[in-house]
Design a protein around this ligand. Structure first.
Ligand code: FES
Ligand code: FES
Length: 166
């Protein structure tokens, strides 16, 4: 039995050496907001944060994640969808089918944590996620809206559901 720190809680799981973190999150920890798309690190549907770094969980063996590392999934990004990225996504009706959007939001949240005022080039570099519905224009607009709302705060912190700040 291995341990992992997810969304501020220490959870236990069992996995083969090559079992991806994605499957542990979805099938053992019931955190199904993180999606399976391609399985080969291309689409970004499976994006979570590991110590604040956006990570494609389909390619990260679960057993390689130390219990000291903090994993954050879409379920733990904020309390009640209050993260500026989540608010911007709602206000601008970003999702279409929605399948890619957890990964998009996690990638965008990590981008804004590092670059609170991103340029188009910053957004292009960070947002490598694939959306089959073609929501790219709204994604870009929502990131800019979230950045603008974040500038009104002293700092665009990620307030996790456990109350900690990333
Ligand atoms: S499912 Fe992980 S990048 Fe596509
Ligand atoms: S909203 Fe449908 S795949 Fe992105």
């Amino acid at each position: 039995m291995a341990k992992i720190n997810v969304n501020g809680q220490v959870r236990e799981f069992t996995a083969e050496p090559d079992t991806p973190l994605l499957w542990v999150l979805r099938e053992q920890l019931e955190l199904t907001g993180t999606k399976y798309g391609c399985g080969v690190a291309q689409c970004g549907a499976c994006t979570v944060h590991i110590d604040g770094v956006p990570t494609r969980s389909c390619q990260r063996p679960a057993n390689s994640v130390s219990p000291r590392e903090k994993v954050i999934t879409i379920e733990g990004l904020s309390k009640n969808g209050s993260h500026p990225v989540q608010k911007a996504w709602v206000n601008m009706d970003v999702p279409q089918c929605g399948y890619c959007q957890s990964g998009m939001i996690m990638a965008a949240a990590a981008l804004l944590k590092n670059r609170p005022n991103p340029t188009d080039a910053d957004i292009d570099a960070a947002m490598t996620n694939i959306c089959r519905c073609g929501t790219y224009g709204r994604v870009r607009a929502a990131i800019k809206a979230a950045a603008a709302s974040g500038r009104k705060q002293a700092k665009l912190d990620i307030q996790h559901i456990d109350g900690s700040v990333a």
